[in-house]
Design a binder for this molecule. Structure first.
Ligand SMILES: Cc1cc2nc3c(=O)[nH]c(=O)nc-3n(C[C@H](O)[C@H](O)[C@H](O)COP(=O)(O)O)c2cc1C
Length: 353
């Protein structure tokens, strides 16, 4: 019961009743034609309202940023209204929820974008693996390199979507700078071959954070990064130098938090924690779901202030109560992860139920 995960967190910008957050997880159940959230999504998030903080699934801030069928957006009124149903349900259940802004850049296909070509820092495609589209798996398309005007538009789209998120009732936004998507593409050596000002790999990330913070307040702005993560053909020649520089630029802005995913050979938390002056949310990503012991160790050693669980929260809507009771955990199932209805989504039992 005296788990550090159950202690309240009081940061300068972020106050939470416990330190067990729910990590962002794409579940692909929005209306595909419109990107509007549907009512089962409100129920899913409300079931998990006992999380210290919920970070929503990735949400597209720009029409060219959509990551797959059923991924919701935050670009128009109908999407804002749809999200209002979700945030109301979470708040009514006593929770807090940030929207994750997720522009996928080159991790896409024209079939997902109504025939338009995906955009990226440079015209280099992901060389292996396939992407899920409504008509089955497809090879990644060669993206179009963004013009300077399109880069500015992408930055601005994050600010507009952040305003929409606040209108929709979200408590803040998390910018997805992790896992090889657009912000991470700019941060990388493999996807960013630009020779203009964005040849400075950290510039796009900083501009997006500044634009979102200017739009909704730094205290409602978080950034997720996954230093050293090599998914989706990402190569970072020297993550320590690059991310130290990024943190140096963001320190002092008064952000809600920095969310660090540690997954590779680079010990990101150990290296970056002492260099980050604000709230740090941590997630370890490996083949097995991040577990309670690992999370508690990160909190006890000061490597993190808050720990975000992905798969364990997916399978255990009442994860904090289970931690408090030392109760066994439901095991995440493979079916119903992406798309579909209530199966694998709303049907994970609560304790005693
Ligand atoms: C079904 C699923 C969907 C995910 N979607 C996202 C996403 O939209 N944005 C993101 O930043 N991470 C996403 N992730 C990664 C998780 O947030 C988390 O970093 C990862 O699962 C490792 O944590 P865990 O071991 O606690 O699951 C997803 C993970 C899963 C399992």
């Amino acid at each position: 019961m005296n788990s550090p995960l159950l202690q309240p967190y009081r940061g300068a910008a972020l106050q939470l009743p416990n330190r067990a957050a729910m990590a962002p997880m794409t579940r692909s159940r929005a209306d595909d034609a419109t990107g509007v959230p549907v009512p089962i999504m409100a129920e899913y998030y409300a079931q998990r309202a006992s999380a210290g903080l919920i970070v929503s699934e990735g949400v597209w801030p720009h029409r060219l940023g959509k990551g797959g069928p059923g991924v919701p957006g935050l670009t128009d009124r109908a999407q804002v209204e749809g999200w209002r149903g979700v945030t109301r349900a979470v708040h009514a259940a006593g929770g807090r929820v940030f929207a994750q802004l997720w522009h996928v850049g080159r991790v896409c296909h024209p079939d997902i974008l109504g025939g338009e070509r995906p955009v990226a820092p440079s015209a280099t495609a992901i060389s292996h693996g396939r992407i899920h589209t409504a008509s089955g798996p497809k090879d990644y398309a060669v993206p179009r390199a963004m013009s300077a005007a399109e880069v500015a538009e992408a930055v601005e789209s994050h600010a507009t979507a952040a305003r929409h998120a606040i209108e929709a009732g979200f408590d803040g936004v998390e910018i997805n700078g992790a896992y090889g998507y657009l912000v991470a593409q700019f941060l990388s050596d493999s996807a960013n071959l630009r020779t203009d000002a964005y040849a400075d790999h950290v510039r796009f990330a900083i501009e997006v954070v500044e634009a979102v913070a200017a739009a909704i307040g730094a205290e409602r702005t978080g950034l997720r990064v996954s230093p050293g993560n090599a998914q989706l053909d990402i190569v970072e020649s020297d993550p320590a130098t690059r991310y130290r520089r990024l943190l140096g630029a963001l320190n002092g802005m008064g952000l809600a938090y920095l969310h660090v995913v540690e997954s590779g050979t680079y010990a990101a938390l150990e290296d970056l924690r002492p260099r980050w002056q604000g709230t740090l949310v941590a997630t370890y990503d490996g083949p097995e779901p991040g577990d309670r012991e690992t999370a508690e160790k990160a909190l006890r050693t000061g490597l993190a202030d808050v720990y975000a669980f992905g798969r364990l929260f997916l399978a255990n809507p009442d994860l904090p109560q289970r931690i408090a009771a030392d109760a066994p955990l439901n095991v995440p199932r493979g079916s119903g992860l992406y798309g579909g209805g209530a199966e694998g989504y709303l049907d994970y039992p609560r304790l005693g139920g």
